[in-house]
Design a protein around this ligand. Structure first.
Ligand code: G3H
Ligand code: ZN
Length: 290
């Protein structure tokens, strides 16, 4: 079923587990994510970035996710990931997304507050959940500091600013920069728990969101979920699973020409990866309460 986010993420925060948020840009990956959630009896978040929306078209990708969600037995939240423009956020809300992220994290604090508050007003009037980011997550989206550095330490979330940001914007959840990186595994990414705990105490009434979870050690992820991290974003590990499975197909020659022979095993590989993450985040078996 297509579901709202508020209750599901608050419950996860209060019961020390997290809901996985997985990126898709096509039908197969969306199916893989939801099939994994059904197999694990867990709520799940299916999310699309602006790039995915550009690739598939908003009406198409929203339609695909909605149908898959409506046919499934578990709650599925349809979420916009890293919405940079207010226009995109509004289009997604109007297209039926139940949750959106406005990411103005590279703007100065007061501008980030202003833009985020505008989104909150539009979204809340329509019953849509809002995530926003403070500090920034470096990596594949190209965030660098003035000297070209891409280490997470240049962009960590400031707990005092977090308090002001949450109070002034009225957001529902906060994406934090606590050491993770988007995309490739560089070896520099690990969670700074001392900082995470400070941010958590500063904004203890709302769930925190961990981006860039691909490549983060399992014990770190589990420890974060025991705190207020209630949504964990995973993209790259799904892409790796998809691509590896496609690669396997091309290792041998085939006499038939059928894209389903490529996409089917890739979909299964992504499902397996999502199932493992759901178990790790601790949400398996929780869908029955909704
Ligand atoms: O917003 C998406 C994520 O933060 C995914 O990050 O590709 O490192 O898993 P990842
Ligand atoms: Zn992210």
């Amino acid at each position: 079923m297509l579901s709202k986010a508020q209750q599901i993420l608050t419950d996860a925060m209060n019961a020390d587990y997290a809901i996985g948020a997985f990126n898709t840009s096509n039908m197969e990956i969306a199916q893989a994510i939801v099939r994994a959630a059904v197999a694990k009896k867990s709520p799940v978040i299916v999310q699309t970035s602006e790039g995915a929306i550009e690739y598939a078209g908003l009406t198409m990708i929203a339609g695909v996710i909605k149908i898959i969600a409506q046919e499934s037995s578990v709650p599925v939240i349809m979420h916009l990931d890293h919405g940079k423009s207010i226009e995109t956020v509004k289009r997604c809300i109007d297209a039926g997304y139940t949750s959106v992220m406005i990411d103005s994290s590279t703007l100065p604090l007061q501008e980030n507050i202003k833009k985020t508050a505008e989104v909150v007003a539009y979204a809340h009037a329509r019953g849509v959940y809002v995530e926003a980011e403070l500090g920034a997550i470096v990596g594949k989206e190209g965030v660098k500091d003035l000297h070209g550095s891409t280490t997470p330490d240049s962009f960590l979330t400031d707990p005092k600013q977090a308090m002001e940001f949450v109070e002034k914007t009225g957001i529902d959840s906060l994406a934090v920069s606590v050491g993770t990186i988007h995309g490739a595994f560089t070896g520099q990414e690990y969670i700074r728990f001392e900082l995470l705990e400070e941010v958590q105490s500063a904004v203890s009434h709302i769930p925190l969101v961990l981006h860039g979870a691909s490549g983060i050690a399992s014990d770190h992820l589990q420890r974060a979920c025991k705190g207020h991290v209630s949504k964990v974003n995973v993209d790259t590990e799904l892409r790796v699973a998809f691509e590896k499975a496609c690669g396997e197909y091309f290792k041998t020659t085939h006499e038939s020409y059928d894209p389903r022979s490529i996409m089917g095993p890739a979909r299964d590989a992504v499902q397996k990866t999502v199932e493992e993450k759901i178990d790790l985040l601790g949400s398996s078996g929780t869908s029955g309460i909704y």
